[in-house]
Design a protein around this ligand. Sequence first.
Ligand code: XMP
Length: 519
Amino acid sequence: MTDPHAERILIIDFGSQVTQLIARRIREAGVFCEIVPFDKAAEALGDDLKGVILSGGPCSVGDEGSPRAPQAVFDLGVPVLGICYGQMCMVAQLGGEASGSTEREFGRAFVEVKNASPLFAGLAAPGQTEEVWMSHGDRVTALPDGFEIIGASPNAPYAAFADEIRRFYGVMFHPEVVHTPRGATLLTNFVRTICGCSGQWTMAAYRDEKIAAIREQVGPEGRVICGLSGGVDSSVAAVLIHEAIGERLTCVFVDTGMMRAGEAEEVVTLFRDHYNIPLVARDASNMFIDALAGVSDPETKRKTIGRLFIDVFDEEATNAGGADFLAQGTLYPDVIESVSATGGPSVTIKSHHNVGGLPERMKMKLVEPLRELFKDEVRALGRELGLPDTFVGRHPFPGPGLAIRLPGDITREKLDILRAADTIYLDEIRKAELYDTIWQAFAVLLPVKTVGVMGDGRTYDHVCALRAVTSTDGMTADYFPFPHDFLGRVATRIINEVNGINRVVYDITSKPPGTIEWE
Ligand code: XMP
């Protein structure tokens, strides 16, 4: 059996906004990698390491107390690639000189390749230029012994350099971002050619390894309970665990009454009929809708739903005979301890609802088979497990469901209006073959009524806002640039077909400053 973890690349994080992108590119190259904050990096070094990448970061190497990589990184005998701040660290730690500069460089630049290097294989040849994306303030003033320049731009004479003997490389630009068009090739060169990784990180290998690990963790008698939301993460986790321990997995699906049209039926059919997975489906919609009556504060809504969900789940888990383990679809981005440049805890924007309160209350241990994966890898694993494409490719749907797409108080009537508008919107998106290019699209029903005219009569109805964004991880997002005729078509259908809506608007806010959901 191929071991997907046999070859490991360590990414030492100095707090760059785009460190996760380095990890994604390396995984796409078929190589397992982990991100550690610089102050925990010493503990993460090991004999299994094939290479180390030093990320960018907001500090300047000239700053008092600015972070460094553990010096041991340079004594491991494995290749090291420093990116931006990581490059400056490498220079400072190996005896060269780097300092802060008043001449900052941001955005697109062209680097002339000065010397052939395996790092640039498949990119520009010596004498030609390569388009890159720069974002730095520090500059190198003297290279450490053994290094030579392999790329330079008019503003960055040390844009790329290498010590080919020790296999140490530094680039001042960011190969991990899409604005460096061939950056993924550079990173692949580093991990596959220079570090010598053979590309064992595949979802097929991961699947086999995880099934064995779940069996080991749960033991021959252990029982697992899994909250199914209908989303991709919990569904993939459930199918994987079912492959590992069969009937000893029980799934619980709680219909909160805040689901989209047909959602509850779809989940039950897929899991119970298609996969034959023991599934308890509880219609708790009345309980949720009644508890939310008159509640319009977003945080109170979220907390009420979270609390009720735990109560219902707890009850159903007990009814199903209890369990020793709780399965959660936690993903890698939730696990990574990112470095805060300011050191302070981050502000709570929204209380995300998950089953976080349960393990303690029910004294269960956690099974989290997706902890090492990014969202796109979870989708690939889902396909590997035979989940239908229509399910694997679904847009994310938040735990609190439609409740946070109904600013103001929630009623059954408003939920029905919103469901009808949302169905039309998604139907048109699918017909236009745009579903897969959009990260998430949904309708929001506003607590605002406006005057309209339909036929010969006056109307006084709700406004519906449409939202659609592109994103890679939900952390940042851009609004989706629909053609105007598409928006016109959706608006006409919603106003004609949904009673209670007489006006449609399109939300063109990106994140930040907005968030994806409205509450
Ligand atoms: P925001 O609105 O914070 O959303 O920009 C980012 C992503 O997270 C989803 N989301 C949630 N998912 N429980 C979830 O499981 C939640 O409470 C929750 N709130 C937001 C949102 O749909 C988007 O994909």
